[in-house]
Design a binder for this molecule. Structure first.
Ligand SMILES: *[C@@H]1O[C@H](CO)[C@@H](O)[C@H](O)[C@H]1NC(C)=O
Ligand SMILES: *[C@@H]1O[C@H](CO)[C@@H](O)[C@H](O)[C@H]1NC(C)=O
Ligand SMILES: *[C@@H]1O[C@H](CO)[C@@H](O)[C@H](O)[C@H]1NC(C)=O
Ligand SMILES: *[C@@H]1O[C@H](CO)[C@@H](O)[C@H](O)[C@H]1NC(C)=O
Length: 673
């Protein structure tokens, strides 16, 4: 199936959009009203230290040869970007990096300013610029050892612009760690006050000055503040913390800001997750007070050091981040500016449909015909649940670089391609870059991780039919009892209301109540004297299982570990059999999980060792990285009648240390057949 770039962009895409937009979101001026023959040709003006790209709808100004976005003129606003901040201004690609001998936890900041600008394509329809920076050994210790190529594209009739970047590590480059890379926009703070991340996550936001000393009080870490003297009284005593606006990769497709005067929307649209790290459940920042809008490509947020990209000296690596789309829209008089969000969602769907884009000029970005496709049907076999195969409806199925089952959640150098299985467990993954992969899956309702063992080689234009593939989740015997739902998250457990002095009104009465600040302190409020005890058959995990096993504060900066108990009755114990405790964790942060049976003082039957650095507690994630353990318990360790399993987390240096459980199941000893 060949696609002609111009026909594609200017007929099907825009006409489709014309129909969609005018029907679905009347009154919105996006790219649509400017399309067609009447849309002016794109134009480039190159000056000594700046370049202007324009198409009659918007004008994009970049530094030359730096490739920093200095201005976006659109919709009656001279510059959608802020240039008056003390530190961060305009729009820019950046990264944080650490080289041996240059250690620092976060690393050194590198603003990736280009040293050379090149016009890649200039026609009436399309303008693509490249800003490059080539590394050489004299840069060692001063700049991240990477060759950088930042691209910006403006199309005719298009109400926005595209950006992508190609990072390359070569033979002559030293070892280093890449901890963050992103495309960031600092928006005009006089204009953008309303932020939207999802239908139910949008609001009028505090002013950036509300975060200045005198107007706020810093909480347990600098990112979280309590607004004590905000410019607008409605925010008084609310918490502001950018981590409350995080999102999983799979849901992070469009977010941004709305200006009411004049009504203009600024949206960051990510049409594919292929270049993001860590798979569909990796969480990251989106937009937040400043006003800032981010396209995040690499961070260790909600994952820890595993998601820092680590390069050996002379390691050969290249990756394309993006393209992402910056969509601008405006609303005609008399219409509700909040409709701009609805229109941005429609635009996101259109961008997703037209992925992979057929206009980026870099040969490192493969087009449709260079990509392959895989299809199949995922079934689950768990004989203790059903004698039949169970279709993996809603299961997550993905291709990621070869590795162990579940390795994709720590994978950061390659590309990943995920989908959700439909009714019947049928799945199709399209637009996969050529290369070698494993096929992985994670099925809500079942513990563990699936991997199809043979390597899968994707070639240009291929269609691989996997037929039926069967996941046999870990299972040794019948379920004696279970707590929670296996879904890599602690969301189904008890989530307390926040302390009334730490409220973010957006999260009140919300499906994401776990995003409130300070919930970790609520454990000791609810369990002041004794730790949590859960009684099988009596307790309800939705009310009686606190969503995180945190430390308990016992003094100024002093904490102690906690021990939770699960009490249950067991009759007819098989003394020669082995029982299994399946323990799945949704998060761990410098924690150790110890398991004891019927003797709280005994040496632990099991210890996980110190695991995790995902920091999901402090950052209001309901999960970080996923872990699971299979612990054998000898039948002789149980007693007829009442039994207790003790879960101890002894590490105690911070309030953010702890474990979120995903799911716990005790399996009986299997009868020999
Ligand atoms: C990169 O990160 C790893 C793991 O966190 C660490 O062991 C290593 O020292 C780091 N390398 C550099 C060059 O900082
Ligand atoms: C939250 O829900 C409760 C019960 O439905 C209601 O009484 C309360 O007013 C709601 N609070 C907010 C801030 O919406
Ligand atoms: C007890 O466990 C052993 C070992 O798994 C098994 O062979 C035996 O059948 C079990 N007994 C009963 C009564 O289930
Ligand atoms: C169970 O415990 C008994 C007594 O301590 C021991 O003899 C037996 O080997 C243990 N069985 C297993 C499977 O560990």
């Amino acid at each position: 199936m060949l696609r002609n770039p111009l026909i594609e962009v200017f007929s099907s895409r825009l006409l489709f959009l014309l129909i969609l937009s005018s029907v679905l979101v009347p009154g919105i001026v996006g790219r649509v009203l400017n399309l067609g023959v009447s849309a002016p040709a794109v134009q480039l003006h190159v000056e000594d230290n700046r370049v202007e790209m324009q198409n009659g709808i918007l004008q994009l100004t970049l530094s030359n040869p730096g490739g920093v976005v200095l201005g976006i003129k659109y919709g009656g606003i001279d510059n959608l970007l802020e240039l008056r901040n003390e530190v961060w201004n305009g729009g820019f690609w950046d990264l944080d990096w650490i080289e041996t001998g240059n250690q620092g936890k976060r690393g050194e900041f590198d603003s990736l300013e280009g040293t050379s600008m090149k016009v890649i394509l200039q026609t009436e329809e399309q303008l693509e610029l490249s800003f490059t920076r080539i590394w050489d050994p004299s840069m060692q210790g001063k700049q991240a050892p990477l060759n950088i190529d930042k691209r910006f594209i403006v199309l005719r009739g298009c109400s926005g612009f595209y950006s992508y970047a190609i990072f390359e590590h070569l033979e002559d480059m030293p070892a280093f760690n890449l901890s963050i890379t992103r495309l960031a926009f600092m928006l005009n703070k006089d204009k953008f006050h309303y932020m939207a991340i999802a239908n139910n996550r949008q609001r009028h936001m505090p002013h950036p000055d509300d975060r200045l000393p005198g107007r706020c009080q810093e909480l347990a870490y600098p990112e979280a503040v309590r607004l004590i003297n905000p410019l607008e009284p409605e925010f008084e005593n609310e918490v502001d913390d950018k981590y409350q606006y995080s999102c999983e990769n799979k849901d992070n497709r469009v977010h941004g800001w709305i200006s009411f005067e004049p009504p203009v929307g600024f949206w960051q649209i990510t049409p594919s997750n292929e270049f993001r790290t860590g798979g569909p459940f990796k969480q990251d920042l989106t937009s937040h007070v400043n006003p800032t809008t981010l396209a995040i490509f690499v961070t260790s947020h909600y994952a820890g050091t595993d998601l820092v990209v680590k390069f050996q000296a002379a390691e050969i690596w290249k990756k394309v981040f993006g393209p992402v789309f910056i969509y601008l829209n405006s609303v005609s008089d008399g219409n509700n500016p909040l409709l701009l969000w609805d229109d941005a969602i429609e635009q996101m769907k259109i961008e997703t449909k037209t992925w992979p884009y057929n206009f980026p000029e870099s040969e490192d970005f493969p087009r449709y015909s260079q990509r392959g496709k895989i299809t199949g049907r995922l079934l689950v076999q768990d004989r203790y649940v059903s004698k039949e195969f169970i279709p993996a409806n809603g299961g997550y199925v993905g291709l990621a670089p070869p590795g162990d089952a579940g390795s994709w959640q720590r994978e950061s150098k390659g590309y990943q391609f995920w989908t959700t299985a439909a009714e019947g467990g049928y799945f199709t993954i399209e637009n996969i870059r050529a290369g070698n992969y494993n096929l992985y899956a994670s099925v809500p309702g079942f513990i563990g991780d699936y991997r199809y063992d043979d390597t899968i080689t994707i070639t240009a234009g291929c269609l691989i039919d996997m037929g039926n593939i069967v996941y046999e989740p870990p299972r040794n015997g019948p379920t004696l009892w279970e707590i929670g739902v296996p879904d890599r998250s602690a969301a189904e457990f008890y989530i307390p209301d926040p302390n009334p002095i730490y409220v973010n009104k957006l999260c009140v009465n919300h499906s994401d109540r776990f995003r409130q600040y300070g919930l970790w302190e609520r454990y000791a409020d609810l369990y002041p004297d004794e730790d949590l005890t859960y009684r099988i058959g009596v307790s309800d995990y939705r009310k009686d299982w606190f969503f995180v096993q945190v430390t308990r504060k016992i003094g100024e900066k002093k904490y102690k570990g906690t021990t939770w108990q699960i009490k249950f009755k067991l009759e007819n114990i098989n003394r020669t059999g082995t029982y299994k405790l399946k323990l799945a964790l949704a998060s761990a942060h410098y924690s150790e999980l110890q398991v004891r049976v019927n003797d709280a003082e005994a040496d632990p039957l099991f210890s996980s060792g110190v695991i995790g650095s995902d920091n999901a507690i402090a950052r209001h994630g309901i999960h970080g990285l996923y872990w699971w353990f299979d612990i054998g318990i000898n039948g002789t360790q149980f007693i007829q009648g009442d039994n207790t399993i003790y879960l101890t987390q002894p590490k105690n240096s911070s309030p953010f240390q702890g474990i979120m459980y995903d799911y716990i199941r005790l399996e009986g000893s299997p009868a020999s057949s």
